[in-house]
Design a protein around this ligand. Structure first.
Ligand code: G4P
Length: 192
């Protein structure tokens, strides 16, 4: 998506070889017009997939997901990150380890909000190792629902998340694919 790539070049910052800072328009301050355009782009891309729910992971995935769900006319389910196990019959949890942040959390879903008939589009801001997306997939599939696609704003293509998801058969659609962040320089993968 040209608009997102241009914004990354203008306002993003390669903190080091592995981390791109996008605090001024995605992670801390949010540009709602950009988020709306992103939502419309995902809605268009997955328009023939009979999506019934959009699912994201708190917190930075929420803004683009709200606009995606609105454009598709479906509800959004936000998976929560809990630091502990919750004992409740309605709750399912799966452990996710964050490579980038060195933390661990219990990704949490109330079963009431996803059922076996659902066709789910997962949206998230970053794809790095793919651990968060795979945790979301475990929770969704445990309800008997189908993950139809995964929409990502910024994919770090030098990390293994995309390949791991594609190898398992999940269609991944990334709006900006980063080839390298070396020497403070942001380089995108050349795509058709
Ligand atoms: P993975 O889910 O693909 O395995 O990625 P990883 O564990 O490495 O990433 C964990 C967290 O770090 C996620 O945020 C992810 O969005 C964020 N992250 C990964 N790479 C980058 C990067 O290059 N730049 C920035 N700004 N963030 C990155 P989170 O913990 O879920 O936080 P949030 O959604 O509350 O912001």
């Amino acid at each position: 998506m040209r608009e997102l790539k241009e914004r990354i070049l203008k306002d993003g910052q390669a903190l080091n070889e592995a981390v791109l800072k996008v605090d001024s328009f995605i992670n801390h301050q949010v540009d709602p017009k950009l988020m709306e355009n992103i939502g419309n782009t995902f809605a268009e891309k997955f328009s023939n997939d009979r999506i019934t729910k959009v699912v994201t992971i708190e917190s930075s995935g929420i803004a683009p997901s709200v606009f995606t769900a609105k454009a598709m006319g479906v509800d959004l389910v936000i998976l929560k990150k809990s630091t502990s196990k919750i004992l409740d019959d309605n709750i399912v949890q799966t452990k996710v380890a964050s490579f980038t942040k060195g933390t661990e959390y219990q990704l949490t879903l109330n079963k009431r909000y996803i059922n076996a008939e659902d066709r789910v589009l997962i949206i998230d801001d970053f794809l790095a190792q793919g651990e968060a997306a795979q945790g979301a997939i475990r929770l969704i599939e445990a309800q008997g629902a189908e993950v139809v696609g995964i929409g990502i704003l910024i994919e770090k293509a030098f990390q293994p998340g995309n390949k791991a998801l594609r190898d398992k058969g999940y269609p991944v659609y990334s709006l900006a694919r980063i080839k390298s962040l070396s020497n403070g320089h942001i380089e995108f993968l050349e795509e058709e």
